[in-house]
Design a protein around this ligand. Sequence first.
Ligand code: IYR
Length: 237
Amino acid sequence: MAEKYEHPYPSPELESQHPFVTYEHVRLTEEEMASRGADFYEELESRRSVRMFSSDPVPQKLIELAVKTASTAPSGAHKQPWTFVATQNLEIKKAIRAAAEKEEEINYLENRMNEEWQKALAPLGTDHHKEFLEIAPWIVVLFEQRYESHSDETISKNYYVKESVGIAAGFFIAALHRMGLATLTHTPTPMKFLNEIFERPKNERPFVLFPVGYPLEGVKVPDLKRKDLDKIFICDI
Ligand code: IYR
């Protein structure tokens, strides 16, 4: 097709001020696109969050690979406003479990989560016990950087932080699944204690905690169904 753009990007002026490269893109046939898309769908469709992990160790290299993959996510003004903090240290995992269970006891047993919320969780069967935090070989905490803190003590803004970090979280989950690992998007609420345990600076706020490992053999998951396309997709109204 011979598209004619009135405003080419980058403009010659922009390109004289900032570096640009040609995006290397391989155009596939429609058959290839359909086949690869379907394979990818099947792969992600088979992913489940699990709540019981094997304690079998997972090489650090695989965690690093998943973090590198997550960090390819698009982000507001390309600020990449995320920090992934990973530990396999049993003492730290125990401390996280103790702090998380303390908060969750208030959520579940003292009804900090209201009745409607607890009813919504009933099919998942979650409770305040978080043994997986100790048993999974890795805990990876994704911190959002609310703003950027520089070594000369100045700060600068980040943009669309929640959106950016949410997308990176999705990439991280997909990367782990692709490698045959399992995780759970765990949000022990409130999660401020993670700043103290990991000694993270005040510009960082815990976004989500991922226990990472192999699923415990024979682990069960709720028999959830995913919404059909016609419930989630509206096209050409
Ligand atoms: N943070 C609690 C409660 C919880 C909330 C939601 I929304 C879930 O999908 C699952 C659990 C917990 O982790 O148990």
